[in-house]
Design a protein around this ligand. Structure first.
Ligand code: SAM
Length: 255
């Protein structure tokens, strides 16, 4: 492998992920724009557009956005559902993240955007174990660019299943795998050579962005991840690739 993170064990991984996001919290949003050429905004818009109609908007649905970071998904859910069904009961989103620095930045952003405090909660928690939430609580569970950082993905999926109501929807947006060999080569060159350098120049933090690239490479393929979601008890599991599979949206229902 290219980088120095290849042999991190479980405890190390948790510590590393903690450090990475404390150190990037302040520049996190700018870096997303830079690294993805603002594509992440399009991916997140499409992701939320897919989620809202049946599961959330129109009936005041309750969503938990896990690994919600600085609020990108949660804010879109609140804003888009308000625009889509203004006269219906307002939706509610709980932003849950393991990292207090990310949550703090998120709360400040929510205030700046003038989003109603009654529609948003910020709760610190670990995706692998969410005892603060009862069984059958949420209409939707979203996780965007988060599950890749979780040490025991199977545990996180089981917790997602537990806290969703029957009929509730699981939706995950995550970096995935490009099948087209030409696009794959270009994408690999970009991730291995450009991302760490931009990370160094802009955030003065090469390691965090090397970790990012490495964790994307190690994440299961679309098919394998579908299987993991099914193994956690979800039904009607499927995925859609965005941008040739650079990212994929996986979804499943608790029946
Ligand atoms: N969802 C946001 C977005 O799309 O912009 C943030 C994504 S950010 C790449 C990943 C987030 O996952 C970080 O805020 C990090 O603190 C959080 N995270 C990492 N491990 C976690 C865990 N085990 N439980 C909850 N959050 C976690």
């Amino acid at each position: 492998t290219h980088f120095g993170f290849k042999n991190v064990d479980v405890a190390d991984k948790e510590e590393l992920v903690g450090k990475v996001f404390h150190s990037v919290a302040e520049q996190y949003d700018v870096m997303n724009d830079l690294m993805s050429g603002t594509l992440h905004r399009v991916w997140k818009d499409d992701f939320v557009k897919t989620l809202l109609p049946l599961s959330v908007a129109g009936h005041g649905g309750k969503t938990i956005d896990v690994a919600g970071g600085t609020g990108d998904i949660a804010f879109r859910i609140v804003q888009q559902s308000g625009a889509m069904s203004p006269s219906e009961p307002p939706v509610h989103v709980t932003v849950c993240d393991i990292n207090s620095s990310m949550l703090k930045v998120g709360e400040k952003r929510a205030q700046k955007l003038g989003l109603p405090a009654s529609q948003l909660d910020f709760v610190q928690g670990n995706a692998e174990s969410l005892p603060q939430f009862e069984d059958n609580t949420f209409d939707a569970y979203t996780i965007a660019f988060g599950i890749r950082n979780v040490t025991h993905i199977d545990k996180a999926l089981e917790e997602a299943h537990r806290i969703l109501k029957p009929g509730g929807r699981f939706m995950c947006l995550e970096f995935s795998h490009v099948a087209n060999p030409v696009i794959k080569t270009i994408y690999e060159q970009y991730s291995f050579h450009v991302i760490p350098v931009v990370g160094q120049l802009v955030a003065n933090d090469r390691d965090s962005y090397q970790y990012l690239v490495e964790s994307i490479r190690k994440f299961p393929t679309q098919r394998k991840f579908e299987r993991m979601i099914r193994d956690a008890g979800f039904s009607n599991v499927s995925h859609v690739d965005y941008t040739a599979g650079i990212v994929a949206v996986h979804t499943g229902f608790k029946l």
